[in-house]
Design a protein around this ligand. Structure first.
Ligand code: SAM
Length: 206
């Protein structure tokens, strides 16, 4: 997976490559899908949600540019896999999920695998998670119609957000860099994420 799908597409961050080589992705997917856990695409995790394609996990982790002193917020825990990857090179990760079944399952998986610097929270992450703010890095792994103000407010200065922004079906992966009170936006690749629901997400949310 790492050689064929990730390095070949240009990911060079050694910490990301090592984390994805070591983390057992099959532990984050359903029993019947363990045999295809390392394939080049997203997979269903129940409740109409997905674990992202390995390359997208690697790209977002590299773009987030995390250091060992960083506190990271992830919006969209899903299976917990992206949080597990980031936790390998962050000080701590707070990951927020709105669907109780996925929250419980991810919490159980992460506990079983021994991750002790990840806090899994059941909440509407479209407004961030104020209790543990501010965060040095914020990653959103669901499609957002816009960048919620709350995320920018809960970000340190300097700080960085990686978030897919656009329509319900296709989005642009965007990197927002906060520096000296200014926010600079850079576009990365086109992506397809499931929608961010909730107060600052798409309608009919949490
Ligand atoms: N990062 C995940 C992983 O590694 O498995 C994949 C995330 S999946 C593509 C998107 C997740 O975002 C879903 O589990 C969905 O329930 C969650 N989500 C959508 N809107 C949310 C919200 N407002 N707050 C928290 N989680 C949300």
């Amino acid at each position: 997976m790492v050689e064929d799908q990730i390095k070949r597409r240009g990911i060079i961050d050694k910490r990301v490559l090592a984390a994805m080589e070591e983390i057992p992705r099959h532990e984050f997917v359903e029993e019947g899908l363990k045999g295809v856990a390392y394939q080049d695409g997203p997979l269903p995790i129940g409740m109409d949600q997905t674990i992202s394609q390995p390359y997208i996990v690697a790209l977002m982790s590299e773009l987030l540019d995390v250091s060992e002193e960083d506190k990271v917020l992830e919006v969209g825990t899903g299976s917990g896999y992206q949080a597990a990857v980031i936790s390998r090179f962050a000080m701590s990760v707070v990951t927020v999920e709105r669907i109780p079944e996925l929250y419980k399952k991810a919490k159980k998986t992460l506990r079983k695998l021994g991750y002790n610097n990840i806090t899994v929270v059941l909440a509407d992450g479209s407004i961030g998670y104020r209790e543990y703010a501010p965060y040095n890095r914020i990653i959103v792994t669901a499609a957002s119609p816009f960048v919620p103000d709350e995320l920018i407010e809960q970000l340190t200065d300097p700080g960085k957000i990686v978030i897919p922004v656009g329509g319900m079906f296709t989005q642009q992966l965007v990197v927002l860099k906060k520096e000296a009170g200014k926010v600079i936006k850079t576009d990365s690749i086109g992506v397809r994420f499931v929608p961010l629901k909730g107060r600052k997400g798409w309608e009919n949310g949490a």
